[in-house]
Ligand binder design. Sequence first.
Ligand SMILES: [Zn+2]
Length: 178
Amino acid sequence: MPQFQFCPYCAAPLVQRLVQGELRSACSTNCGFVHYDNPTPVVAAVVEHDGMVVLAHNRAWPQMLRSFYGLITGFLERAESPEQCALREVKEELDLDGTTATLIGVYPFEQMNQVIIAYHVPADGTIALNDELDAFRHVPLHECQAWPSGTGPALRDWLRSRGFEPRILEIRKPTPSE
Ligand SMILES: [Zn+2]
């Protein structure tokens, strides 16, 4: 991922500097800015609707993920609780009304520098996708597959809590024949 080049406070170039024993990107002036590069929290929802899990495909995903369907995810708004965020994202992206948001777990996602906070959200209504998504699937629990990183371990753990051991999908680059 690209790194910041300039200080967001005073626009001076950033330099590598030891800050409390760790090498950090920090402002080259005395303004005090240090880029700690802390992970961003991302809220994910395992949506249960009509007795099945709803997985969705994001319009913005790259071609190599064209056949991948994932959980509903979103970023926290300021002053919003993660539970509220999960219910809001389910409403915004699927137009479903979540009844509760129950924590599944919290998962590091190092490749994206994120921390996934995952909830189980039973939801009612009729699915209508917003413009972030271009497709969804209803998947019976016994047919659900998980994936090795990101939100995949949360789906795996939730399925296990319901007595299902999912196969773990390999996410791979398509071969030229595909
Ligand atoms: Zn600065």
